[in-house]
Design a protein around this ligand. Sequence first.
Ligand SMILES: [Fe+2]
Length: 296
Amino acid sequence: MIIDGQESVTPAVLAELKRAPDARLREIMSALVRHLHDFAREVRLTEAEFERACAYIAALGHKTTASHNEVVLMAGSLGFSTLICLLNNGNNGQTETAANMLGPFWRLNAPHTENGGSIVRSPTPGPALFMNGEVRDQAGRPIEGVEIDVWHSSPEGFYENQDDKQADMNLRGKFVTDKDGRFGFRSVKPAGYPIPIDGPVGEFIRAQGRHHYRPAHLHFLFYMPGFKTLISQVYVNDDPRLDSDVQFGVTRALVGNYVRHNGPAPAADVKGEWYSLDYRFVMEPGKERLPRAPIQ
Ligand SMILES: [Fe+2]
């Protein structure tokens, strides 16, 4: 169609979209066009700024590889990942949830580990951590047989795949809940870590004068047929960056009570300070679904 002036562009695009046979595509893209055009009008986007925006989006793609996704990093840095998570969990945003971002470091095929076993697979200095978890349904009943993936960074802030000093699958394990819905493991207390800032996301972070760290956390993925797969992170309560996570992941529900101890530990070889964490996860009914592993 022939465009009469700036005010006729939006209706022209929406009229074409109306013809798309896929109803959901029509809904999503029509809303996107309305908001995008309104956004340009609101900020009076200049031609130079538009060129810069296009180059920026292209750079997000160019920076993305098989083991690094700059687009996902940007979504987190805009709070978009957390928004999508909270809109789709906790009874669609109505109640508290343990759901959180998957992050870029989940791997398939973590070693099966007995409950109470250690996921420290090569010498990893740092205070011992004993985690005891339980998994319940929304009525508070324990769920037996839930498969749980656990993964986290070292006390130096590196995942095993980023660190030559760590054995393959160090600080990763797969557990199954017992008849009381319980699981547990021994590890070391994780540390916070920086996100990569050598690409367009770094440029954006620097432009705001922000730090580029995530507070320390454990990652969990709970898989059980008949339940919505629960992806979670439990953050360390004494991390100084708890309220300034560069990826906006920390929710009140996910600040864990990591208790510091300085006496006899659950394992005789632990001397000095150690930590414990107890946490109850609630799974919602729904469809089980494994996400695509971000790294192989
Ligand atoms: Fe992480």
